[in-house]
Design a protein around this ligand. Structure first.
Ligand code: ATP
Ligand code: MG
Length: 462
């Protein structure tokens, strides 16, 4: 078993369940190691997402050794072992054919040699195995690259990207998550091979792209741009990078500005995607004022709210996030108190945008400032603070900003003799208008009285 010449000096903390799985496999005469992302992350003091185990045992042998297993990817050699409700993927050492998705090659061949299994892995930092008695098995110097903060392919970069082009995007994703640089030869091969990303499924691309933009370094999207990756997977970003903003309010092109905005919104899926696409229409709506050479982007928010869903659907994102992002993009440029700094103006804005995403709207507005020049920032920021303050008041006092929050319902109107049909909506709209002007009006008695004056005899609102 000691054929691997493990480095025993390096002790790694691994969870008891993982130790248990490894020792059961060993007691049955097989080899077993924790491997890949979990070892990399533990060495880096990051919290591993999940623990993967690689073993010389074949899937059916693994299944015999544990009480509870799931056949999650048995055709690729993976059995999920359940311990205390947590699943651990145990995969037989294998040599891969071409990949269909990030973990499942089209054909696999099992092997008895751990080193063969490590060879099939994408980057040196992901090809380190650990076993408590043998220590670290690190045949490609992944530790050295962790120390150098380097993403480097296992073996010849070009052929590794040829086998699976998704690895080109994964290189940038790991560089963004870990704050690492990409090795020179690896980068050269990425630039050469990036057109091959066209063969990769939208789901696989989306998953890596999402990890990239949700990381501490969404600015690495610019690396993806320079490597020719976005040209294939997100050509809209290339257009943003090539779209200047010639106005005193800005100091970056649209792409660089977009990165700043992403960096300044919270790390949630909705906010990062909305930030990525908030100005996506700018290149399309840009016009240059001949008098002074300044760029204008009239209508970019509403055009963007139509473009973003098309792109997000192409990336196979779920409808819920697509809808929410489109709503945020549509309103991100609203300046509700620019002319009238009043509580009513904020209530109207909350009515228009929606209470459910107003916090997120404010987050996007704030981040948008961080990506602009200092020109005009103070006034805008001052407005933003006022809106935040007024929004807090609205939330703390449950102030009504929508028809469904009125203290009267369509049923009440019908009970009062109002004909059914659109007139009910019209009356509620008219009542809401009064409540937006003065929230105190929102009592049941008041609204009943107001409604009585509006109920028509012939079916149309008075
Ligand atoms: P994460 O923290 O996102 O889970 P990870 O490194 O664990 O990162 P996974 O996609 O979960 O990444 O894959 C687990 C391991 O499988 C990787 O560390 C790597 O060794 C190997 N691997 C995954 N995808 C590929 C691929 N496309 N080509 C080669 N090896 C891969
Ligand atoms: Mg993983």
């Amino acid at each position: 078993m000691n054929q691997y010449n493990g480095n025993k000096k390096f002790k790694i903390e691994i969870p008891d369940s993982v130790k248990l799985i490894i020792s059961i496999l060993e007691q049955n005469g097989f080899e077993a190691f924790a491997v890949g992302g979990c070892i990399r992350d533990t060495i880096l003091n990051r919290n591993p997402q999940d623990w993967d185990i690689t073993t010389s045992a074949l899937p059916w042998q693994v299944k015999k050794m544990f009480h509870k297993t799931l056949d999650t990817g048995i055709q690729h050699g993976t059995v999920t072992v359940m311990i205390k409700g947590i699943g651990y993927e145990v995969t037989t050492y294998r040599i891969d054919g071409e990949y269909d998705d990030s973990r499942h090659p089209r054909s696999v061949e099992f092997t008895a040699d751990l080193v063969e299994d490590l060879k099939r892995r994408d980057f040196t930092i992901n090809a380190i195995a650990y076993n408590p008695t043998i220590g670290l098995v690190d045949v490609f110097d992944g530790m050295g690259d962790i120390e150098k903060k380097l993403i480097r392919c296992v073996g010849k970069a070009e052929s590794r990207f040829e086998e699976d082009a998704l690895r080109i995007l994964r290189a940038v994703r790991f560089s963004a998550q870990l704050g690492f640089e990409i090795d020179c030869d690896t980068m050269k091969a990425m630039k050469k091979m990036s057109p091959n990303l066209k063969n990769i499924s939208a789901e696989r691309i989306r998953s890596e792209l999402e990890k990239l933009i949700l990381s501490d370094h969404p600015d690495k999207l610019i690396t993806a741009y320079s490597a020719g990756i976005t040209k294939v997977v997100l050509p809209e970003f290339d257009k943003m990078m090539e779209c200047p903003q010639i106005t005193p309010y800005h100091m970056y092109n649209v792409g660089e500005h977009t990165i700043k905005v992403m960096e300044n919104v919270p790390k949630t899926r909705l906010m990062r995607w909305a930030a990525l696409f908030h100005d996506v229409a700018k290149p399309d709506v840009m016009f240059i004022d001949k008098k002074n050479g300044r760029t204008h982007f009239k209508g970019h928010a509403s055009v963007g709210s139509e473009m973003a869903p098309v792109i997000m659907r192409r990336l196979k994102m779920d409808n819920k996030i697509i809808k929410a992002a489109a709503r945020l993009i549509a309103c991100h440029d609203d300046r509700p108190v620019e002319k009238n700094r009043t509580p009513e103006a904020v209530r109207r804005s909350v009515h228009k945008i929606g209470k459910d995403i107003y916090r997120e709207y404010l987050q996007l507005v704030y981040a948008d400032f961080q990506g602009k020049s200092d020109y005009g920032k103070e006034k805008g920021y001052d407005e933003y603070l006022y809106i935040c303050q007024q929004f807090d008041i609205i939330m703390q006092n449950n102030i009504c900003t929508s028809k469904k929050e009125l203290n009267i319902t369509g049923k009440d109107l019908i009970a009062m003799g109002c004909p059914t049909g659109t007139v009910i909506g019209d009356i509620l709209e008219a009542l809401l208008e009064k409540v937006l002007i003065d929230p105190k009006v929102n009592t049941h008695e008041n609204l009943m009285e107001e409604a009585r004056k509006m109920i028509p005899s012939n079916g149309t609102a008075k």
